[in-house]
Design a protein around this ligand. Sequence first.
Ligand code: PLP
Length: 377
Amino acid sequence: MKSKLKFETRAIKSTQSGSTNVKPLSTPIYLSSTFERNEDGSYDNDFQYSRADNPNRRILENSIAQLENGESCFAFSSGMAAISAILQSLKTGDHVILPDDVYYNIYSLTTDVFERWGLQTTTVDMSDLEQVKQAIKENTKMIWAETPSNPQLKITDIQELSSITKAHKLTLVVDNTWPSPVLQNPLDIGADIVMHSTTKYFGGHSDVLGGCVVLKENNKLAERIHSIQKNMGAVPSPFDCWLIARGIQTLHLRVTAQTKTALALAEYLEEHPKIDQVLYPGLESHPQHHIAAKQMKNGFGAMLSVIVKGDQQNAVDVSNRLEHFTAATSLGAVESLVEHRKSVEGPDSKTPNNLLRVSVGLENIDDLINDWRQCLK
Ligand code: PLP
């Protein structure tokens, strides 16, 4: 096909999507940062500029809103960007109550960044709702829960907590990263907002970063989060959205299989003489097992923390001897990981010295148990 156009022009025109009538099963990736207007300046649909909206992001957001039974969802470039957007919806002088073992980057985000903007925070043991009630002040606007918590797997009763937040007209946010919507739907039991690091179970393959904020209602708060998403611009790329959406297609299978293996590993380790304690809400020995059983479904998750007998060095040595658990930060993907959390969290960390956090992957349970057996010999 001979064209009159010069090379540079042809290079542009020939790679534009144009008028193909292919019907792919896998969603195409709309990398375009911008979309063409009609002659009168209007658009045929909602897509104008990809920071504001993009087809791959729209698909991802609609999917997660459905899975969490929310009315709206906003996707971000990481879990921390999603968390920042939620905190940015507050104003100077507002007060937030956080769990005392909240994911440690949330703690550093509030102390290093948001404190300078006048946001006040208090941390409490959120498995004890009396402590929550006592921490409420006149300027308290939000309660942040993480259940199971990272890394001590404490459980908060979401329904009970929501009676407190409703009575005081506070926003209840639940970080649902660890259970994923396969195991827990906080919006169904009283939460106003659910957030996820989609880097973890949603992506599921350790190859993408992402976050999202899901709101129960399409209300003023949703408008504010939407405005922060658009104006601050910490949005995921179309390819990142595509990867996370692809992960969603196998989310249920992965999470239920990983959860089954995690329970079997937790039961094995709990009986082992060299292990002091296994923190896993699926074990009857867990102090809030009954609450987890009430508010979780399909199992108790694929994360556990193992308190090894002895000191910090003992725990580090155990993690170094494991062959099928890679020493790496992160969780929720197909491969099993182990991490000595205190070393990662730093000197302010309240995590026990001899705690190893374990993310159980999709390997065969016999291989994983044999690995712990050999390393604890
Ligand atoms: N929330 C929890 C519970 C997490 O475990 C993490 C990361 O490990 C985050 C939030 C932050 O997510 P991201 O690393 O995608 O920014």
